[in-house]
Structures are given as C-alpha cells and as structure tokens.
Write a protein of this length. Structure first.
Length: 144
C-alpha cells in the first residue's frame, strides 16, 4: 500500500494544493524520477500535466535530482538541496535520497506545466471555518 502526499504548485497564482494519492494514483508516480513530466489524471486533475520537482521520505530526508538510482546515500555537500552552508567553503556529509520516486517517499512536490479545462480552485474549493473556529486574539500572560 503506497500512500503519497502530492503538493501541486500553480505558477500562475503562486498557490500550492495538497493531493492525497493512494494505491492507484500513487502507482502512476512511483518509478518516475525528479524532472519527469506526469499526467495528473490519476490524481483527479483531468487534462493537467505536472513536473516532479522534488520530495522527501518519512524521516524528512530530501530527494536530490543529481543523485541517480533509488535509495539513500551519504554525500559530501557544499550547497544545494539538503544543505545550506553557514560559512564560506563549509562542506558537510549529509544523508540524501536519490531521484527515483519509491514507495518510501511520503511527499512529492510537483509544478503544473499544462492546464486542464477546470481551474485548480474549482478542483480544490476553499473550506469555510465554522463559527467557533474563528481566530481569536491571544491573551497575554502576565508574570507576577
């Protein structure tokens, strides 16, 4: 049983939408690589095409496009996905997941490259909050 959370970003509006992909829909993504174009029909987005841009597994290990194959490896990184140095010239050995989408992935990031007939706002309607759920101002704690 493969379950993925696919985060679909819309470059036109700058919004991101979460799609839960279970067995059948996730099967269309498993085996693809970062940078592949995928039909988004199995995700419920008829007519849309998405570009896989990244992802991570259950431990939060990010996937890197430049690492071929499947699985996790420890790499000496100077910059880029998985490591952001604090000082010039800093390098560090970090655990990175390779670019092939496997069942161990929990989240897959994607960007829309071809649009369908319905807009993404119609596919993902905004939910209204109930009366009791509205945001209340925080009460400040007074120290004695």
């Amino acid at each position: 049983m493969v379950e993925l959370k696919v985060v679909v970003s819309d470059p036109k509006t700058g919004r991101a939408y979460n799609v839960d992909a279970s067995t059948g829909a996730a099967g269309a993504i498993v085996g693809k690589r970062i940078g592949d174009e995928v039909d988004a029909g199995p995700l419920g987005l008829a007519g849309y095409k998405i570009l896989i841009t990244g992802g991570s597994d259950q431990t939060g290990t990010p996937a890197r496009k430049s690492l071929p194959g499947a699985g996790r490896k420890k790499l000496l990184l100077a910059e880029g996905v998985g490591f952001h140095p604090g000082m010039d010239g800093e390098r560090r050995r970090k655990m990175i997941r390779s670019n092939e989408i496997t069942p161990e992935f929990v989240q897959v990031n994607a960007r829309v490259i071809a649009y369908g007939e319905k807009s993404l706002d119609e596919h993902f309607p905004k939910t209204e909050k109930a009366e009791g759920e509205e945001k209340k101002p925080k009460e400040k704690k007074v120290r004695k």
